[in-house]
Design a binder for this molecule. Structure first.
Ligand code: IVH
Length: 707
């Protein structure tokens, strides 16, 4: 720190450089302290680094980095764990926010299963633990593997860490199935969390912001001895691969877990109608503060496993379960400032910088203000006292201003009409209905550095390319160095490295005296980049950041087009008026007009076409999806359902057909292979007969689907 200039003397450019250096340096010390348990500097020196970082941020708030040490909580994640592919994916849950949503959940299930309103449909109910999920694999009764959820398909191998939890048996009783995967939540109690933070404070260690972060930071430790000292607990609530099922109900499975030595939440109950779920929700909400650990709602599951099986999944959540959330927790604090952030689509998002405050166990220092209208409607001003709320992982929000506390000198917030990142005019688009859009957008497109940089962060994000060692922070670093300014630059990094090695080595971890390790980490990064050249096509499609194309529609498009050039060509044909190509894709269930317009719009920009072509020229070779099933009678065929189905609901029929590798569309055309026509079929049946499309009765379809 010899070269430190006084914060007052720094120019903006100097400050940006300094913040980059401090972020890297503090991260290195955090890793040494938390992961290696071997601090490199004294606590006082460490504090001085953080104080300098904070002082520079206070003077140049607009230069605050997304990976700023002042925002970082919990131990830095490690990349040192091995990967484990889950035999059965680890899913998330849909949400219910009120009683009506729960009644709808029950109704949806009954419709899907074709159950009468009076037919018995039992549910289980238990608290939703706010921790992190883990999967434990037992082979012949012996714990052989423990993994984090990761992205749901691939998690991290934390077997050794999980073995240290007293709630996790290393051996199961004799007689259990050969393969058993028990899943549940690792969490830390409020009391243990407070005690841990007290110990951390005494030794000058990091203070965890909430029990969930403390649990995550404690579990993902490279040094198992550290995990062992941390008071982590585990509740079992689900399973993955099972070579045999010991029960045919959720309730029975929980009883087995208890017999096998796992903890199941004591509040777990089984009810025979939704009224029971709602009563349980109210009861547990009343006990929430006294439970001693964080919960953010209740989870309801269909009890019968044969029903669960039939209901299956939509996207990444089961149809047979739902999380009924508790209302957000609120607190009062002061708005110190209002910042404007520029997103990857150019949207200017105002963010309230708050006096930090704890809300429901979490320290909150930012709240989203959404847009100019929202600020005007609530008349939120710098200096105001406001009520804020947070619910789970949702970004905290400002509920209202306490205007009786307002400073008489304050004036309404003036929303900028220029992009704070590039100075270009920022405007609200005029929508089709002639009204101004709520979003103020920078007009510069990819020439705005903030948009381009955010686009790159999206490109490498978890659901997109997910390149190990190239996250948000590294994108910022490489951007600042001018090395990555467009997606294709990622694939040219190694070539640049060959030309200018020392520069990259330094920036890969921010230290100069460890060239050996740096070389290794650079090599690792290039290998990771190389490997992702063949990432799944749907990830590449999602990564492009086309408006309206999320993970689910990216999968649909991948299955339809099977390659990027084919998709780009089709978009260009559609722009040129090819109605056939347009009709074909709009017919896909889950694709709408807005999506198709966005797809065409994206490829009408020469800049975007250049990026895609450059990616292909850089050697990317996305892996097209495999058909879900290829060995069924309807794999690869296009099916339309029409009329009333009596043996199976439409949703179930569609899910079944897709699982068998068919494409389900809404209207009959020459490309349709099969029309399933129940009673009451009308014009679609006529058209199919005209076109010579094969027509099946419902019985014939059921025979095919259950063959
Ligand atoms: S069941 C296929 N039950 O919530 C069903 N999940 O938002 C999978 N969670 O990833 C989940 N408590 O980490 C279930 N009692 C509970 C839970 C629970 C917490 C977590 C879990 C899951 C997330 C979904």
């Amino acid at each position: 720190m010899a070269a430190d200039r006084s914060v007052e003397a720094l120019t903006a450019a100097g400050a940006a450089q300094e913040l980059a250096r401090l972020a890297a340096e503090i991260e290195e010390h955090d890793a040494a302290y938390y992961q290696d348990d071997a601090p490199l500097i004294s606590d006082a020196d460490y504090d001085a680094l953080r104080q300098r970082n904070n002082a520079i941020e206070a003077r140049f708030p607009e230069l605050k980095r997304s990976d700023s040490p002042s925002e970082r909580v919990g131990a830095a994640p490690s990349t040192a764990f091995g990967k484990i592919e889950h035999a059965v994916p680890m899913l998330s849950l849909g949400n219910a926010f009120n009683n009506d949503d729960v009644v709808d959940f029950d109704g949806r299930i009954r419709r899907f299963l074709n159950l009468e309103a009076e037919a018995e449909l039992r549910f289980t109910s238990e608290p939703k633990i706010d921790g992190l999920s883990a999967s434990l694999r037992y082979e012949k009764g012996v714990l052989v593997q423990g993994a984090t959820r990761g992205d749901g398909r691939v998690g991290e191998d934390i077997t050794a860490n999980l073995r240290t939890l007293p709630d996790i048996p290393h051996k199961l009783p004799t007689g259990v199935p050969d393969i058993v995967e028990v899943r549940g939540e690792v969490y830390m109690s409020h009391a243990d969390f407070a005690a841990l933070n007290k110990r951390q404070q005494e030794k000058g260690g990091k203070i965890f912001a909430n029990p969930r972060n403390a649990a995550a930071g404690s579990l993902r430790q490279l040094d198992v001895e550290v995990t062992k000292k941390r008071p982590l607990k585990f509740f079992a609530y689900a399973w993955g691969e099972m070579s045999a099922m010991p029960s045919d109900t959720q309730t029975g499975m929980m009883a087995c877990f208890t017999d096998w030595g796992f903890s199941v939440n004591p509040a777990f109950i089984t009810v025979d109608e939704t009224q029971g779920l709602l009563a349980h929700w109210t009861a547990i909400e009343g006990q929430r503060a006294a439970l001693g650990y964080e919960i953010d709602g209740m989870v309801y599951k269909v009890d019968r496993l044969d029903y669960q099986q039939r209901l299956g999944f939509v996207s990444r959540a089961p149809r047979w379960a739902i999380a009924h959330k508790f209302p957000a927790e609120q607190a009062t604090t002061k708005v110190n400032d209002i910042d404007i952030q520029v997103g990857r689509t150019g949207a200017l998002t105002p963010v309230a910088k708050l006096e930090p405050i704890t809300v429901g166990g979490v320290v909150v220092s930012n709240a989203t203000l959404h847009n100019a209208d929202e600020i005007a409607r609530k008349d939120i001003r710098v200096g105001d006292m406001v009520v804020i709320q947070r619910a789970g992982d949702v970004i905290p929000q400002v509920v209202r201003v306490l205007s009786e506390h307002r400073d008489s000198q304050s004036s309404p917030f003036a929303f900028p009409d220029k992009c704070p990142a590039c100075g270009s005019p920022a405007m609200r688009e005029i929508r089709d209905d002639g009204e101004a859009d709520v979003v103020t957008r920078c007009s510069a497109g990819l020439t705005c550095p903030a948009q381009a940089r955010e686009g790159l962060k999206h490109f490498v994000s978890r659901a997109a390319l997910d390149i190990e060692g190239l996250g948000q922070k590294q994108i910022d670093d490489y951007w600042q160095l001018g090395l990555i300014r467009s997606p294709q630059d990622i694939f040219a990094l190694e070539a640049h490295f060959a030309d200018n090695p020392p520069e990259i080595w330094q920036y890969t971890s921010g230290a100069k005296d460890k060239i050996g390790t740096l070389k290794d980490s650079a090599r690792k990064l290039f290998k990771a980049i190389e490997m992702r050249k063949t990432a799944d096509l749907d990830r590449y499609i999602f990564a492009l950041g086309i408006r309206h194309i999320g993970e689910t529609s990216a999968r649909l498009l991948a299955r339809h087009y099977m390659s990027l050039p084919a998709m780009m060509q089709a978009a260009q044909n559609m722009a040129g008026g090819d109605e056939g190509a347009r009709g074909e894709i709009e017919a896909l269930d889950g694709v709408g007009k807005a999506l198709v317009d966005a797809l065409i719009g994206f490829f009408s920009s020469p800049d975007n076409c250049t990026v895609v072509s450059a990616l292909i020229a850089a050697g990317i070779d996305p892996t097209p999806p495999e058909a879900v099933a290829t060995d069924t009678a309807i794999a690869g065929k296009t099916i339309v359902f029409t009329g009333t189905l009596e043996k199976m609901t439409r949703a179930e029929a569609k899910a079944r057909a897709e699982a068998m590798g068919a494409k389900v569309v809404g209207s009959v055309s020459a490309k349709t292979d099969i029309l399933v026509a129940g009673p009451g079929a009308g014009s679609k049946l006529t058209k199919a007969t005209e076109l010579g499309v094969e027509v099946l009765t419902e019985d014939q379809w059921v025979a095919l689907a259950t063959a």
